[in-house]
Design a protein around this ligand. Sequence first.
Ligand code: IPE
Ligand code: IPE
Ligand code: MG
Length: 247
Amino acid sequence: MANSRAQPAAPHHIAIVMDGNGRWATRRFLPRVAGHRQGVESLRRCVQACADRGVRVLTVFAFSSENWNRPQEEVSGLMELMALALGREVPRLREDGVRLRFVGERSNLSERIAQGLAKAEQATAGNTRLTLNVCFNYGGRWDIAQAAARLAEEGEAITEASLDRALALSHVPDPDLFIRTGGEQRISNFLLWQSAYSEFYFSDRLWPDFDEAALDEAIGAFAKRERRFGLTSAQLTESPAADQPTA
Ligand code: IPE
Ligand code: IPE
Ligand code: MG
């Protein structure tokens, strides 16, 4: 495929822990919520960049099950920002062919936010260029537990395949590339099940500073990895014919 940037092929699905907003703000003597506001700008740029590079699914961690334990002022600032961003960003995402999906527990969200999420999903349901999964009030453990509970309730056997289908991200394949910005090298309860064979990439950049060049660096690093999925390196390069039994 022709590509003017001479970039390696983009991964199908990128997942990102958008970390470092608070530190970005603190370094500028700003309130932490100013960092989250800048984080929305960075996400807008990243969505566009992913779509331009042929990424089909982008899954981002916006608010974790544990983030409720932050100071009340920050939590309400984040909720307010979500409500604002929904109003402001959805029309453009809709125009740009982005399908929005929100992944996480909705029962303890305010009515206003819950309705906003549902409306945004409806408004972009027909889009196919890029699926943007926003994990909000999400935890990997929550997801596995809710999936298991649902299967138990329906009297279905718990197998890898049935759990896979019951998980909140069952509408997309597992992430190929898992990026965390902000310098920490941990999962923090993001896609515990789905990242089993993802390639991990840790960037020291704070999320508001994670620009197109940083994304290209991550994609470039991904392109150099050899994904073996439990096989040997030699098996990956063997031609299918080599597997045929010889007469
Ligand atoms: C990530 O940035 C965004 C959320 C968790 C909502 P942080 O707010 O965790 O930023 P740092 O890690 O404190 O810099
Ligand atoms: C993970 O970041 C959650 C989001 C980016 C939304 P945190 O900042 O909450 O993670 P820890 O506390 O550093 O592990
Ligand atoms: Mg953080």
